[in-house]
Design a protein around this ligand. Structure first.
Ligand code: BGP
Length: 493
């Protein structure tokens, strides 16, 4: 590659990110319980994933195999080290530690597994960045308790976090509480079965015909409980090891107004507030005014205690982590005087100014610089870690000079252009971005569709959507490219 970027600081955390349920496989090994991700069907562009009734005997759902990372992580992480990774993000599968979620005692085999994985990273000079809940929870907590709508789950999460913080206190410094906590706010409209996110992160499963109001109330209650759980985790984590850096995680899609109409500007502002109240609670320790007003009007988020607000104020995060893939265009809906909250007042449109991926995700590198500036304006000086950014594409495995590889120029172009914008944000705009972890350095199961063919990696994994294949790993052209990006600290793009 010939493009030249600006150089990032020496201690910048270059690396990549995956999640347990999309990679590990071995969903029932060594005492692991059934997670909500284990009962998700495969999907596609057209067919959304569904949460089944939990009967999985004889089924082959995508997360059951993942890429067998449970057994291959040593070799896979060695390849990350070969690329020069400084950091690697993955999640702990809650069900390996507490199979049902409500036990008193953890599963020692699960704890030992992550002990070894984190040791492997440290031996390779790779800093672990660990998410406590990434789109999954024990399925038992969903069926028996109603997922995060139930306050008891706060206590179960507290037990879980206390156990893993104690266990890994000398191995892991960077933690993230809930993956993309902001995304559930977008999933409350009755839109068929396409909104698996709210189900998986919140453990919510709605019967057909559930009203928007009921879904909104459940979402806000669940989110409140998650936020209290996160705040408690931050406080407990700092008691266990004051050096811990515990972060919040938002999905950030930069939003542009569809027209110059004032109603569209307001719609963008409202849509942004709908994302940013999650970070406000995490970072400022309190809900913003418009949310308190909404709850006064609607009664949503009804099950709260005085202690919750003390916990929120006492559990402010150390940094903000974000995923960024695409931007979106926002238009006010005709019925924007609805009594419901912001979610019902706007809709997202495609952007005819820029190209999109094969999955329709708008490719917008400048949108990332925009987002970083926007967040720094909101929370000046707060460290930001980019923990997901990547290009899902169809790859073709070819043979070149007797070696199997993929010519993924499109991926290098996407990543290079995004990294260049991060560099401008750091070097020119002075924003404290502390790391860039691309999604996903090795091909894994897509969270959104359950497909393997939506590939993000620098490393190709020979498995298809049905888990068929050799599972062998091959370096794509982007492997050497990213190695060079890291070695030059972002100059060679
Ligand atoms: C984020 C999730 C990841 C990941 C990524 C790409 O929302 O945090 O788990 O999967 O999106 O999405 P997909 O896998 O659907 O392409």
């Amino acid at each position: 590659m010939t493009k030249k970027g600006l150089q990032l600081p020496e201690d910048f955390l270059w690396g990549g990110a995956i999640a347990a349920h999309q990679a590990e496989g071995y969903w029932d090994a060594d005492g692991k319980g059934v997670s909500i991700a284990d009962v998700l069907t495969a999907g596609s562009h057209e067919v959304p994933r569904e949460i089944t009734d939990g009967v999985i005997a004889g089924k082959n759902y995508p997360n059951h195999h993942g890429i067998y990372f449970y057994k291959t992580y040593k070799e896979d992480l060695a390849m990350m080290a070969e690329m020069g990774f400084k950091a690697f993000r993955t999640s702990i599968a809650w069900t390996r530690i507490f199979p049902n979620g409500d036990e008193d005692q953890p599963n020692e085999d699960g704890l030992a597994f992550y002990d070894e994985m984190f040791d492997t990273m440290l031996e390779l000079g790779i800093e672990p960045v660990i998410t406590l809940q990434h789109f999954e929870m024990p399925y038992h907590l969903v069926t028996e308790y109603g997922g995060w709508t139930n306050r008891k789950v706060i206590d179960f999460f507290e037990n879980y976090t206390r156990v893993v913080f104690e266990r890994y206190k000398d191995k892991v410094k960077y933690w993230i509480t809930h993956n993309e906590i902001s995304n559930q706010a977008n999933q409350t409209e009755v839109s068929g079965l396409s909104d698996f996110l709210i189900w998986t992160n919140s453990g919510l499963k709605f019967a057909a015909g559930t009203t928007i109001e009921a879904r909104q109330a459940a979402m806000y209650q669940a989110a409140h409980n998650e936020l209290v759980a996160s705040a408690r985790a931050v406080r407990i984590g700092h008691e266990i090891n004051p050096d811990f850096k515990i972060g919040a995680m938002l999905n950030v899609a930069t939003m542009y107004p569809a027209t110059t109409k004032p109603a569209d500007q307001l719609a963008v502002q409202k849509a942004r507030q709908q994302r940013d109240w999650f970070s406000d609670v995490h970072i400022r320790g309190a809900y913003p005014n418009e949310l308190e007003k909404l709850f006064e009007r609607t009664g949503w988020r009804s099950d709260v205690t005085d202690q919750d607000f003390i916990d929120l104020a006492a559990g402010k995060v150390d940094y903000l982590s974000i995923s960024y893939y695409a931007s979106s265009v926002i238009r006010a809906k005709d019925d924007d005087d609805s009594e419901l909250d912001a979610a019902t007042r706007w809709e997202a449109l495609p952007n005819d100014q820029i190209k999109a991926s094969d999955w329709g995700w708008a490719i917008d590198p400048q949108g990332l610089r925009y987002a970083l500036n926007e967040l720094n304006d909101l929370y000046p000086g707060l460290p930001i870690m980019i923990v997901e950014n990547g290009f899902g594409a169809y790859d073709e495995l070819i043979e070149k000079n007797g070696v199997k590889t993929v010519n993924d120029d499109y991926r290098m172009a996407y990543l290079g252009e995004h990294i260049a914008e991060v560099e401008k944000a750091v070097v020119n705009d002075g924003i404290p971005v502390i790391g860039y972890l691309s999604w996903a350095p090795i091909d894994i199961v897509s969270a959104g569709t359950g497909e393997m063919k939506k590939r993000y990696g620098y490393i190709y994994v020979d498995l298809d959507d049905f888990g068929e294949g050799t599972a062998k790993r091959y370096k794509k052209a982007s492997f050497n490219w990213y190695q060079q990006v890291i070695a030059s600290r972002g100059v060679d793009l």
